[in-house]
Ligand binder design. Structure first.
Ligand code: XMP
Length: 517
């Protein structure tokens, strides 16, 4: 394992992803972890990330010398580079010469070692105001920049390396090569961490954790729960029961994807709770978006618990105990919540059918070590269909927050039809992988006049909301080709009787959100 020590900038996770892209397993640990503990984990290499502090600032995180004396290869990046220089007797100074953004870096000799295979002058991404003035003894200066007399260094004997710039970001186009040089040549590691290995490892870990107990997994129709369930199914087969609460707010074909395609691909036992009526009744007369969300959240828990109770009853009839609940927690959640090795126990409250009031489940979280793209790769490796593993994000409250106005069965039917057409055409165009998501929204309380055939129509508008985004926090509207928009518009107005107008949302986020409610 390569351990990435997180000095508090947003870069540590990105570094871990780049290391994994180089097919070497890597994890993030906090900078508060003592060197002795880091070393006790027997890392094959350590990378010190960037961070916001100055090494001279009061309370600035330091690196203990010990970390550099254990024979473990270390790469310091940005703050990590300065902290390494500082710890080993180099000189770091606040020069006031800030470098921020795209910065040219020049190799001092023909690029070799850490810089092997990169250009003599390369563009990098920098963000620093302190800089290393003098490398510690034993280090060779590999590169310089205008503001940094030492922008990269290496001590090949001790396997210690550092760069002032951020090789992990895309704006450093040759950065991945540098990370790979460190991993393969510096640390002598091999690119061996593959999707097949992940599956094997996780299957073994799940078997060990679960033993012969029974396991429950809720399926939402999304990627994470499907892949988590498929992994557990691969590990313990029929000990797993999946529970799918059909709230009737999914898009066309999605409930079937869970009920038919997921089961066909995995052979998992599935308990389907048809709760469409429950949700429609609870949502009747409601138009406020937050109220819709609250109602759905509340009813979902009730419905899931009722379904769970049925599964527990069945298990009890066989004399089996259900002790585990699967959750599709991903690595970014784990890192963001402090990176703890969760031996988490959650409580599930049961007030149905004479079961104990509080029942303790242990969690099985087979995706805890994975990033989203790795989860998709694992899903594909496990044989899940592309419709499931390549799914774009879809909100938990489903179509209810894409019907502006009261949610009724009829309106759901109209929106589902329009949405299916839009998705079908987007997929056909091959642009579905470039678009982050494309909500299709029904303005159910708005009507406008149109003309179709010989007659006047008075129908509802549909809004297309295609957006591009990295993480849904910010987004821009996607410039879809006019021809594609025309096809979608023609088909929707022709094929969905109640819709006589298709509009395009050209608002970025902010100020608009991705969803309309
Ligand atoms: P907004 O509309 O806030 O959406 O720009 C950002 C992302 O979150 C999704 N979204 C939700 N997901 N429950 C969810 O699970 C919700 O209530 C919810 N609201 C929005 C949205 O689809 C987008 O990906």
């Amino acid at each position: 394992t390569v351990l990435v020590v997180d000095y508090g900038a947003q870069y540590a996770q990105l570094i871990a992803r780049r290391v994994r892209e180089a097919r070497v397993y890597s994890e993030v640990v906090p900078h508060t972890m003592p060197a002795a503990e880091i070393l006790s984990r027997k890392p094959s290499a350590v990378i010190l990330s960037g961070g916001p502090s100055s090494v001279y600032a009061e309370g600035a995180p330091t690196v203990e010398r010990e970390l550099f004396e254990a024979g473990v290869p270390v790469l310091g990046i940005c703050y990590g580079f300065q902290a390494m220089a500082h710890a080993l007797g180099g000189e770091v100074a606040r020069t006031g010469d800030r470098e921020y953004g795209k910065t040219e870096v020049r190799a001092t000799t023909a690029p070799h070692g850490l810089l092997d295979g990169t250009d003599k002058v390369q563009t990098t991404w920098m963000s620093h105001s302190d800089s290393v003035q003098k490398a510690p003894e034993g280090f060779e200066v590999l590169a310089v920049s205008d503001a940094a007399p030492v922008a990269g260094f290496a001590d090949e004997d001790r396997k210690l390396y550092g760069v002032q710039w951020h090789p992990e970001v895309k704006h450093s186009p040759q950065g991945q090569r540098i990370i790979e040089n460190f991993l393969y040549s510096g640390a002598g590691l091999n690119p061996e961490w593959t999707t097949g290995n992940i599956v094997e490892e996780q299957v073994a870990a799940i078997r060990e954790q679960v033993g012969d107990a029974r396991v429950i997994c809720g399926l939402s129709g999304g990627v994470d729960s499907a892949v988590a369930a498929a992994l557990v199914q691969r590990a313990v087969g029929d000990q797993l029961t999946c529970v799918f609460v059909d709230h009737g707010l999914l898009r066309e074909g999605e409930a079937e994807q869970v009920e038919r395609d997921f089961v066909a691909a995995t052979g998992a036992k599935l308990y389907v709770a048809d709760e469409k009526e429950r949700f429609l009744q609870a949502l009747a007369g409601v138009t406020d978006p937050e109220e819709k969300r609250k109602i759905i959240g509340r009813e979902f828990i009730r419905a899931f618990e009722a379904a769970e109770a049925e599964v527990l009853k069945e298990a009890a009839a066989d004399g089996a105990r259900v002790q585990f609940l699967v959750q599709g927690t991903l690595y970014p959640d784990v890192v963001e919540s402090g990176g703890g090795e969760g031996a988490a126990n959650i409580k599930s409250h049961h007030n149905v059918g004479g079961l104990p009031e509080d029942m303790e489940f242990k969690l099985v979280e087979p995706l805890r070590a994975l990033f989203k793209d790795e989860v998709r790769a694992v899903g594909a490796e496990l044989g899940l269909p592309a419709e499931i593993v390549q799914r774009q994000p879809f909100p938990g409250p489903g179509l209810s927050i894409r019907i502006i106005g009261e949610v009724t069965e009829d309106r759901l039917r109209i929106l589902r039809k329009a949405d299916a057409i839009a998705r079908e055409e987007l997929t056909k165009s091959g642009l579905d992988q470039e678009v982050w998501q494309m909500p299709v929204v029904l303005l159910a309380d708005v009507r406008s006049v149109g003309v179709q055939g010989d007659g006047r129509t008075y129908g509802h508008p549909i809004v297309l909301r295609p957006v591009s985004s990295e993480d849904a926090m910010t987004a821009d509207w996607s410039r879809l080709p006019y021809d594609l928009l025309a096809t979608i518009s023609n088909r929707i107005t022709n094929e969905v009787e109640e819709v006589n107008r298709v509009t395009l949302d050209v608002t970025s986020k902010p100020p608009g959100t991705i969803e309309w409610e």
